[in-house]
Design a binder for this molecule. Structure first.
Ligand code: PMP
Length: 441
């Protein structure tokens, strides 16, 4: 884009160090979004763009919902902030009660935090604390998986399986172990769950045999690995992980930061796959993306051990954040859950899923597309790499932006996760824009 373009914000680009961004390339070719409504953005040149990734998996009800804005404004003028330690606000109790109606049975004690990364740290600390309370303080290892993303904080990236974290930040948390990922060649190009690889869950059993169950606190997986490219678990895999965890007293953590709130066609991935963890993270769509917020749902048994059995009067769990259960976030979340319910948006996502997945799969006939896969209202399109890993993906991100669509690109994979308010025509438009753009490569 030419430097001559008058930018609406008229600010220099060098002060804001952008996260997960090629900052120097961005300055030469900025992508600035100034407005959003429904399933569209507008950039600073007044051009309209289709949102193909629901914010960042965060905005299933569409952007700028007036109900959420009004609820937040009301809350801020009534009670803008209250210390979350040793004090409560009505919205936090109400929200936890509402969330407990959506979580799997028994997973109904909710701890609020400010981001997905914080929810992962919190979940892991809860697991370790649980074992310590039970006199098994030596259970400190946490098992994650290759090609997993659990946020950027220290425990999260350590149990995650992204090589670039290790490249940039070193050894990570001691005791992190990694199972193999499930993206087997036999499962390629499957929309939904593949048939092969349930036995990869036995990697956890191998760690038990090698290190002893009494050294392992928890096993954490995303029901569907989202950020790394929509890796769907093969049939039977999550059930098998559940069984191994139960057999050996290991807590199973589902990181549902992306898969929660209808994305999988059920309240949470847990219900979509029929497997219940002991601890579950949630974030992103909890406020329809309007205000930062996340949470951890914990089983009654775990909560009972940490909270109910602790001595009266003392702080049972030495953990929390200034922004835990922020009143504005609680108001935004309550308004979002009301929209999801009243507009039956999770059901809508479920109904649209077959059409969406089939449309994405139709891109397979393009020579540059090497694989498509997906589940629910989330799918990935792998592209043949360009000059270096990630180069083609970056090129496509820019070209799609110019063509009028916002997607997420990870390395050479396009990730799509539309808002649940999409119609079949919107799916056609999204897939059509991708076909037109990618077909020219
Ligand atoms: N866990 C998973 C599964 C995620 O997908 C993400 C973010 N994409 C995170 C954790 C981290 O969330 P946040 O960026 O809100 O810290």
């Amino acid at each position: 884009m030419s430097q001559a373009v008058i930018r609406s914000h008229n600010q220099p680009y060098e002060h804001h160090w952008m996260p997960f961004t090629a900052n120097r390339a961005f300055r030469d070719d900025p992508r600035v979004l100034v407005r959003a409504e429904g399933i569209h953005y507008w950039n600073d040149r007044g051009e309209k763009l289709l949102d193909g990734i629901a914010g960042l998996f965060s905005t299933p009800a569409g952007h700028a919902r007036p109900e959420i804005a009004a609820a937040v404004a009301r809350q801020l003028s009534q009670l803008d902030f209250a210390p979350p330690f040793q004090f409560g606000t009505p919205g936090a109790f109400q929200l936890a009660t509402e969330l407990a109606k959506l979580t799997p049975a028994g997973l109904d004690r909710i701890f609020f935090v400010g981001s997905g990364s914080e929810s992962v740290e919190t979940a892991i600390k809860i697991a370790i604390q649980y074992h310590r309370r039970r006199g098994e303080g030596q259970r400190l290892r946490v098992v994650g998986r290759e090609k997993a993303y659990h946020g950027v904080n220290f425990a999260g990236w350590s149990v995650g399986g992204m090589v670039r974290n290790r490249d940039q930040f070193g050894l990570g948390m001691p005791g992190a172990l990694h199972m193999r990922h499930t993206h087997l060649p036999d499962n390629h190009n499957v929309m939904g769950q593949g048939e092969h690889g349930a036995d990869l869950a036995d990697d956890l059993q191998r760690f038990v045999d090698l290190h002893g169950a009494d050294t392992i606190a928890a096993c954490i997986v995303e029901p569907v690995a989202g950020s790394v490219g929509v890796l769907v678990p093969p049939k039977g895999y999550l059930d098998r992980l559940r069984k191994i965890c139960t057999d050996h007293g290991i807590l199973l953590i589902f990181d549902e930061v992306i898969t929660g709130f209808g994305r999988m066609g059920a309240n949470f991935g847990s219900q979509a796959f029929g497997v219940t963890p002991d601890i579950m993270t949630m974030a992103k769509a909890i406020t329809n993306g309007a205000i930062p917020m996340a949470g951890v749902a914990v089983s009654r048994a775990v909560h009972e051990t940490i909270v109910e059995q602790a001595p009266m009067g003392g702080i049972e769990f030495f953990h929390g954040y200034t922004w835990s259960a922020h009143p504005a976030a609680c108001a935004a979340a309550l308004a979002s859950l009301a929209i999801y319910r009243e507009e039956a948006l999770f059901e809508r996502a479920r109904a649209l899923s077959p059409y969406f997945l089939e449309a994405v799969a139709s891109l397979n006939d393009l020579p540059v597309v090497t694989e498509t896969r997906g589940f629910g209202l989330m799918a990935a399109v792998d592209l043949a790499p360009g000059t270096s890993p990630g180069a083609r993906g970056f090129e496509v991100l820019n070209k799609l932006f110019q063509a009028g669509v916002v997607v997420r690109v990870t390395m050479d994979t396009i990730i799509l996760a539309p808002p649940f308010t999409y119609t079949c025509e919107n799916v056609d438009e999204l897939v059509g824009l991708i076909r037109k753009t990618v077909g020219k490569l």
